[in-house]
Write a protein that binds this ligand. Sequence first.
Ligand code: NAI
Ligand code: MG
Length: 410
Amino acid sequence: MAKHTVVTMPGDGIGNQVLPEALRVLKAVGFDAEYINADIGWECWCKEGNALPHRTVDLLAKHKLGLFGAITSKPKKEAEAELRPELKGKGYSYFSPIVTMRQRFNLDTCIRPCISFPGNPLNFIRKKPGGGFEEPLVNVLVFRQNTEGLYAGVEWTNPPDSVRAALATHVKFKPFTSVPGSDLAISVRIITRGAAHKICKAAFEWAKKYGYKSVTVCEKPNVLRETSGMMEEAARSVAREYPGIALWSTNIDAQTMWLTKNPEDYGVVVASNLFGDVISDAFAGLIGGLGFAASGNIGDEVAVFEPTHGSAPKYAEVDPPIVNPIAMFLSAVMMLEHVGELAQARRIREAIAEVVKEGKVRTYDMMRIPGGANAIRQGAASTVQMTDAILEKLETAGELAYAGSRRSSV
Ligand code: NAI
Ligand code: MG
């Protein structure tokens, strides 16, 4: 019997291209796992009226570890139009399966590492005051609260009278009282003290474990006084337990400016759901963008790892596939770290680092050329070629390790 069981959910579009490549890499480092493929995504919605079928939920509940590719989400009207005719008008509503999964299993801690690989041509560079350029090393982990905030899903267009009546009790709602219901959309930003405390605690624990000197809570407490206020308060309360780690508090808008001025100043960053989503994409832009951005959705029992990118439908049909699989590989690395296979995780990360540094094999995004069928003709590596290059490094590293151990045993 395999040591680990992983529920694999390729999903839609390029999820089907990058996830199988990650399995090749995991196999190459000897990850002892059984993989169980599970359905998720747009086809499930169209055929079954549920993008996250119960059978997939059951598999995750049973095996507790998931590797996910990407899904396609479409706006409400398009979603309804693509539903199978027999299901139309039967009360089915589309919900993003990844958001639903996070809520269903309380995957409340989202970790998004944004760590630059030396030699990546997409790394952020800046002008030096005295002339020339410098490439600051970015080494940031964003801790995003994953289940609450503006993504909790409590929203209405044309809210019911009871909701309007409740809102009318707030003095700031006065200017909106005469807006017709059909012209009024409302999303509720929910922060609970327990969840705010938990994500801040996770951020500080990480900082302590890996020697980061600061944790930055990135919110907007001067305007969102209640919700961001509670996040900041939680951060302050947790910070008292970690005297060696500085707590900085920044506003989300200012932070998106500061991170391109002095990205090396930041270590661990913690934020509520939407702000964490925004700021992690912003930091990811400094280390190569979506082709390099990985994430883990971690709950007390279940954990699911996924690249930050979506299904990139415009490249899903390009043959051979051209998208960068590194974000998916880094997600698999996070999964290995989560289950304690640290040596295997390190080997993959080092092999990726070598390929990036060498610069001989680059996907289209790393060449800053348009994607599409022409990319390969212009010298871009395909998705599979990028995997092959990483596998080659893994093999060489494996041989060297073997040679080394042989030498020391003589
Ligand atoms: P996207 O992340 O799918 O793609 C945006 C662009 O980024 C692509 O067109 C491509 O130029 C680039 N890109 C993405 N992944 C790449 C990779 N591995 N290598 C190289 N370039 C890459 O975001 P978009 O286009 O806004 O959304 C497409 C669909 O994906 C939508 O239906 C959206 O709802 C869904 N989505 C799903 C997510 C998930 O599954 N967690 C996250 C984000 C979007
Ligand atoms: Mg996002």
